[in-house]
Design a protein around this ligand. Structure first.
Ligand SMILES: Nc1ncnc2c1ncn2[C@@H]1O[C@H](COP(=O)(O)OP(=O)(O)O)[C@@H](O)[C@H]1O
Ligand SMILES: [Mg+2]
Length: 257
C-alpha cells in the first residue's frame, strides 16, 4: 500500500451527466493518484459505470472536465483516449469468439500501435513477432498459455474475463479501468483475479476498480471513494472507509460486508 507517486493521473472535475431528467452524475469530483489502486464503490445505480464511460469517451458529460495525464480528454473519441494510455475492462467480456485466444490478445496491441484508421484486421495477425511476444508475456502472467490456440468462444466464463484483462494489459496502459472484474465469478476465480490484480499492482500501473465484492476491494485497494447519487460521499484508505459511519449507512450497512 501507499505505492502512489504523488502525481495526479486522472482528474474528474464538476462532471454532470444527465439522462433525461435524471442526473446520473451530479457534480462529480474525483482525483486519482498515479501508481495507486483506487476502488470506487457504491450502491446500484449510483453512477459508477456512467463515470467510467465518461472517462473513456463513451459518454460525453453535460458539464465538467476530465483530465488525463495533464491533458483534457473531455470530448475526445474512445480510440483517442485509448491511444493516450487508458484501457478499460468491460462489465461483460467483449472478445472475438471465433479467433484464437492469442489472436484476441494481439488485436488490441496492434490497434493501439497502428491507430484506428490504419488498423487492418485482415493483414494484421501474421508477421507481428514483437506483438506476439508481448501477448505471450501477458498470457503467461494470467496463466493462459496452455490454451492460446483454442477459440476464445470455447472458454469458460471465468477464463473469458481473464482473457479480457489480458487484452487490456497487452496495451501496457498508464491507466487501467475495471468495471466489476469479478462480477458473476465463482469464489475460486475471484481469488485468482485478486492475485492477478495484486501482481499487476507491482508494475506501477494506475488502476481504478469498480467493485461490489468488498473482499476484493479491501484486498487490493490503496484508496476507496464511495459514490452515491452521482457524487462522492466519502473517500479514504480502506480502514478509514470501513470505520466511516456515513458510508456504513449509505452502503456498507446493507449487505455488502
Ligand atoms: N444509457 C442510459 N440511459 C438512461 N439512463 C441510464 C443510462 N445509463 C445509466 N442510466 C441510469 O443512470 C443511473 C446510474 O447508472 P450506472 O452508472 O449504470 O450505475 P452503477 O454502475 O453505479 O450501478 C441509473 O439510474 C441508471 O438507470
Ligand atoms: Mg455498473
Amino acid at each position: 500500500m501507499g505505492t502512489g507517486t504523488g502525481k495526479t493521473v486522472l482528474k474528474v472535475e464538476n462532471v454532470v451527466k444527465k439522462f433525461g431528467g435524471l442526473r446520473a452524475l451530479d457534480n462529480l469530483n474525483l482525483t486519482i493518484e498515479e501508481g495507486t489502486v483506487h476502488a470506487i464503490i457504491g450502491p446500484n445505480g449510483a453512477g459508477k459505470s456512467t463515470m467510467l464511460n465518461v472517462c473513456i469517451g463513451q459518454l460525453r458529460p453535460d458539464e465538467g472536465t476530465v483530465t488525463f495525464d495533464g491533458n483534457i480528454i473531455t470530448g475526445k473519441l474512445p480510440h483517442e483516449i485509448n491511444q493516450a494510455g487508458v484501457s478499460r475492462v468491460f462489465q461483460t467480456p467483449a472478445i472475438f469468439e471465433d479467433l484464437s485466444i492469442l489472436q484476441n490478445v494481439m488485436i488490441p496491441a496492434i490497434a493501439q500501435r497502428d491507430g484506428h484508421y490504419k488498423f487492418n484486421p485482415f493483414q494484421m495477425l501474421s508477421k507481428q513477432d514483437d506483438i506476439e511476444e508481448r501477448a505471450m508475456k501477458v498470457l503467461n502472467q494470467l496463466a493462459l498459455t496452455d490454451v492460446i490456440h483454442d477459440h476464445a468462444g470455447s472458454m469458460s466464463r471465468g477464463n473469458k474475463r481473464r482473457l479480457e484483462l489480458a487484452m487490456c494489459l497487452v496495451q501496457q496502459p498508464k491507466l487501467l479501468l475495471l468495471d466489476e472484474p469479478t462480477a458473476g465469478m465463482a469464489r475460486h476465480d475471484t481469488n485468482r483475479t485478486i492475485d492477478i490484480l495484486k501482481q499487476i499492482k507491482e508494475t506501477g500501473m494506475t488502476k481504478v476498480i469498480i467493485e461490489h465484492d468488498m473482499h476484493v476491494v479491501f484486498s487490493v485497494a490503496d484508496r476507496i471513494s464511495v459514490l452515491a447519487r452521482g457524487h462522492i460521499i466519502a473517500e479514504g484508505t480502506p480502514d478509514e472507509i470501513k470505520g466511516n459511519p456515513v458510508v456504513q449507512e449509505a452502503y456498507l450497512g446493507s449487505d455488502a460486508v
